[in-house]
Design a binder for this molecule. Structure first.
Ligand SMILES: [Fe+2]
Length: 282
């Protein structure tokens, strides 16, 4: 490609390494190039970066609006728009549950209504497990495009009902009490099962088994087999990318065009510290 950057494919469908960018001091032209690449490559990887909370927030803010984390104790003390994703407690102990947290397939925040959906998320690796502990991504354009035509047609008329982490896969990880407390007072949000991507206009399958608990006109029990069938279809090996983290990695992913999950395959006592920010459209 023209310009400063070069690209290297990491996975079959997803995962594109961008070589030649220092995210701590980006000029406008290089950022424009990154934004153009991101449109066609929904998971971008930048190696050997070193961003503090301010610089990570500054990079994210070029794409849109950053919101503070919903839970105060996740917020970074230097910039509340950046949060810690870690299994290391303040006293230095390692939370053994950390390895399974966020390990069911999801897109972030689909428990919010369509106008509040995030555009993208960014993770920056500060400390990573010695082995495994990756993050997986699924290509939801390809998930839609590889559905049988009859299923595409059926889903085009369906609307997903989403709640806070109470879809069929989330219920296997989180306790019922936790789910009910988080959902109290939170309205169910509706998203079409097939969504048009707001930037590219391409269709994506927009059903994730963490937040989508049913479809309009169907009970949760009736919906579950279809949610799980769509998950299995979307997350076949050929549609997914496993990102093995290195310290210094910055990964950005499109929140509409992909699903992701923590692979939950590291030893539970391995430390993992990431900085994260989620970007909403302006
Ligand atoms: Fe997530």
């Amino acid at each position: 490609m023209a310009g400063q950057l070069s690209l290297r494919s990491l996975g079959k469908r997803l995962g594109t390494e961008v070589v030649g960018a220092d995210l701590s001091r980006l000029d406008d032209d290089t950022f424009a190039e990154i934004e153009a690449v991101f449109r066609d490559h929904p998971v971008l990887v930048f190696r050997e970066q070193k961003l503090d909370a301010h610089r990570l927030a500054a990079f994210g803010a070029r794409f849109g609006h950053l919101r503070e984390h919903i839970l105060e104790n996740y917020r970074h003390p230097d910039d509340p728009r950046v949060s810690f994703i870690t299994n290391v407690a303040k006293d230095g102990s390692v939370d053994k549950f950390g390895v399974v947290r966020a390990s069911s397939w999801h897109a972030d925040e689909t428990y919010d209504p369509p106008e509040k959906l995030p555009r993208l998320a960014i993770l920056h690796a500060v400390e990573v497990p010695r082995e495994k502990g990756g993050t997986m991504f699924a290509d939801m354009y390809a998930a839609y495009e590889t559905l049988p035509p009859a299923m595409q047609e059926k889903l085009a008329g369906m609307t997903g009902r989403h709640g806070y982490t109470d879809g069929p896969d989330a219920r296997k990880i989180y306790t019922g009490k936790h789910i009910e407390e988080r959902n109290a007072g939170r309205p169910e949000c509706l998203h079409p099962a097939i969504k048009e991507h707001p930037v590219t206009g391409r269709k994506v399958l927009f059903v994730n088994p963490t937040h989508c608990h049913g479809f309009v006109g169907m009970s949760n029990e009736e919906s579950e087999p279809l949610i799980l069938e769509l998950r299995d279809h979307s997350t076949r090996d050929e549609l997914t990318y496993y990102h093995k983290w290195r310290v210094g990695d910055v990964v950005i992913w499109d929140e509409i065009a992909t699903m992701h999950r923590g692979a939950a395959d590291a030893a539970p006592e391995e430390r993992r510290i990431m900085l994260r920010t989620i970007v909403h459209p302006n």
